[in-house]
Ligand binder design. Structure first.
Ligand code: SF4
Length: 274
């Protein structure tokens, strides 16, 4: 897999040993290999540890400004609708500075696949509280415990208009691989949240362990399927990670189709338009 897709000059990976972002890279490569779509890909990423992920691939990659991956990807998709455009982002990049772009991308239902690695903290900048940091967690900026409520990114995506929404963790590689394939096959805004362990910051400060194996075991212990969660009382879901396909609505019209239908001359003039 590495021989086929990795840009060797870019190695070594920037990720700390045991970081879940390496697992996400591995699973993504397996998914696109099974789909046979590498040459059609365009990959866009924002800022943060997760933003480095696509830069190691021999693909067309845009590593852009903090929080701005979705607007760049939107322009790219509209210019070249044949491309499979995938956005790699982190919870800080996507829900903090990029939060507004995220909800509007979902609202438009533009055909992007957004893979958001959620480590619950700002990892690259030293472990500050992020929009996903659990309540009461200790971080560098919440030494007495976080007093802010975290976002539920999947509920936010769904409420904003995303038409495929799934959540997994790096302890569920097979299921996440399947979700990547489903998300990329879906014609519309697909949002894939993956809990991805950060041993260096989140592990050390929030979980009390930097051992990646222990962090993966915690993900497994906390995971509850969407189906089980629907039957469980709210108080039983505190601290749990609801995993599975959360929402899928293939009927809603995709944005680039609507745009080119409204302005057919633009489609004729666009040499990339199918
Ligand atoms: Fe991964 Fe955390 Fe290290 Fe960033 S700081 S590379 S998220 S382990």
């Amino acid at each position: 897999m590495a021989e086929k897709y990795i840009r060797k000059k870019a190695l070594p990976l920037i990720f700390c040993p045991g970081c879940g972002d390496g697992t996400v890279l591995n699973i993504f490569l397996r998914a696109i290999d099974e789909m046979g779509i590498f040459k059609d890909l365009a990959l866009v990423s924002g800022i943060g540890c997760s933003g480095w992920l696509p830069t190691y691939l021999q693909a067309d990659v845009l590593h852009v400004l903090h929080g701005r991956a979705i607007p760049f990807a939107t322009g790219l998709k509209l210019t070249d609708p044949r491309r499979k455009v995938v956005v790699f982002t982190g919870d800080g990049d996507c829900l903090g500075i990029g939060g507004n772009h995220f909800i509007h991308g979902a609202r438009r239902n533009i055909d992007l696949t957004v893979i958001m690695m959620n480590n619950g903290i700002y990892g690259m900048t030293g472990g500050q509280a992020a929009p996903t940091t659990p309540l009461h967690s200790r971080t560098q900026t919440s030494p007495y415990g976080n007093i802010e409520f975290p976002f539920d990114a999947c509920e936010l995506a769904r409420a904003a208009g995303a038409t495929y929404v799934a959540r997994w963790t790096t302890a569920h590689p097979r299921q996440f691989l399947q979700a990547i394939k489903e998300g990329m096959e879906h014609a519309g805004f697909s949002f894939l949240e993956v809990f991805s362990q950060c041993p260096t910051q989140a592990g050390r400060y929030m979980e009390g362990t930097s051992d990646p194996g222990e962090l993966l075991a915690l993900y497994k212990k906390r995971a509850i399927s969407v189906e089980q969660a629907r039957k469980a009382p709210d108080q039983d879901l505190s601290g749990r990670i609801i995993v599975g396909r959360i929402y899928h609505s293939p009927e809603k019209k995709e944005f680039s189709k609507s745009l080119y239908e409204s302005f057919p001359a633009q489609a004729t003039n666009n040499r990339h338009h199918p």
